[in-house]
Design a protein around this ligand. Structure first.
Ligand SMILES: Cc1cc2nc3c(=O)[nH]c(=O)nc-3n(C[C@H](O)[C@H](O)[C@H](O)COP(=O)(O)O)c2cc1C
Length: 365
């Protein structure tokens, strides 16, 4: 199977092309640091070519439901150190996903007087699961030009904490409508300074972050995740193809470790192109010369086909990894898969988290 062949990311050789997609599971402690249970969850999945952690906040202004994680304080790095050690102990590799939620932060969990921030004062139209119930996002405060460097600095600090924790690299979350995506796309970025207007200006924030984080890990240990077609909450761009061609070309120049693109296989799907608009993976493949990781809706078969066809170098799996800690082994043997239980995605505790059986637990392998 081509999925089971090694692939290089920067100076790292991954033993296979199966990555675990980043997934928020809301099992961290009150301090936003992971605990022993979280370490066990990642260690169980260490046979992946690459594990990518859940999204970890770089700032106190980036906060959502209880149990979600962060990596800006020493206490966070200490928690993540036990995760990295357990994964390495099982022979795995793990990159930490860094994000800032921007306008999608839960206002009820910010300090008194604080407001979510964004490139412009445009609220998300989405509802989100908050501390107690679903809530509607409010109007974010537009970051002043002079404040942007401070946010870039928060990403640099988070990368330094991740490095201290022993992580193998960083994935920058520039997808799914969070702060970097809000800067990239013109429906949410109406700025008139050097971070708004032209595509080059809107991409600047991302590139400054990549540069800052590369200063800590080296560019080859930095991945970037994008979701060109993500439209929830009224985010979007008037020229998605041109925007992401520019992103891919600029990241190629910087020599990052990999580009992680979310694109559903169907027109009109939540992460697919709208009717009449092109799929972007072929363009990304042409413009970005480094390893390309594909995501969304892949199966063993479609992932193998993508590797064989050369449309991607790696494939990441989300929901399949929730339910199958030994997904690599199951793929290798073409064994049946456990089904994930979405009711338990964010439930807290071990149920639906660390209690999905591996094949060997069943005596099958
Ligand atoms: C429970 C859950 C939590 C997720 N959290 C994150 C996250 O923290 N960061 C991120 O970039 N994507 C997140 N995603 C999206 C997944 O990484 C992935 O893109 C999605 O599950 C589609 O892949 P799949 O079809 O293999 O499941 C999450 C998905 C799920 C199901």
């Amino acid at each position: 199977m081509h999925l089971m062949t090694p692939v290089r990311i920067g100076d790292l050789t991954l033993p296979n092309r199966v990555a675990m997609a980043p997934m928020t599971r809301a099992r961290s402690s009150e301090s936003r640091a992971p605990n022993e249970l979280v370490a066990e969850y990642y260690a169980q999945r260490a046979s992946a070519g690459l594990l990518i952690t859940e999204a970890c906040s770089v700032s106190p202004l980036s906060v959502s439901r209880p149990g979600t994680s962060a990596i800006y304080l020493d206490v966070h790095a200490e928690g993540w150190r036990q995760v990295a050690e357990r994964v390495h102990g099982r022979g795995g590799r793990i990159f930490q996903q860094l994000y800032h939620m921007g306008r999608k932060a839960d206002p009820s969990r910010l300090s008194p007087g604080e407001r979510p921030v964004g490139p412009s004062a445009i609220p998300s139209q989405q509802q989100a699961g908050g501390a107690n119930t679903y809530f509607q996002f409010g109007e974010p405060r537009a970051l002043a030009t002079a404040e942007v460097a401070g946010v870039v600095g928060e990403f640099r600090n988070a990368a330094a904490q991740a490095h201290k924790a022993g992580m193998d690299g960083i994935e920058i979350h520039a997808a799914q409508g969070y702060l970097i995506d809000q800067f990239l796309k013109d429906a949410t970025n109406r700025r008139t300074d050097r971070y708004g207007g032209s595509i080059a200006n809107r991409v600047r924030f991302l590139l400054e972050i990549v540069d800052a984080v590369s200063g800590v890990f080296g560019a080859g240990r930095v991945g970037v995740r994008i979701s060109p077609h993500y439209r929830d909450g009224g985010i979007g761009d008037s020229d998605t193809t041109a925007l992401f061609r520019h992103v891919a070309a600029a990241l190629n120049e910087l020599g990052i470790g990999y580009l992680h693109a979310i694109e559903a296989g169907e027109v009109g799907a939540r992460q697919g192109p709208p009717e009449g608009k092109p799929f972007l993976m072929p363009m990304l493949r042409q413009v970005f010369g480094g390893p390309l990781m594909a995501n969304s809706g892949f199966t063993r078969q479609s992932a193998e086909a993508a590797i064989v066809a050369g449309t991607a170098d790696l494939v990441s799996f989300g929901s399949l990894y929730i339910a199958n800690p030994d997904l690599v082994e199951r793929f290798r043997l073409d064994a049946p898969l456990n089904r994930p239980d979405p009711e338990k995605y964010y439930l807290g505790g071990p149920s639906g988290y660390t209690d999905y059986p591996a094949l060997r637990d069943n005596g099958a392998a």
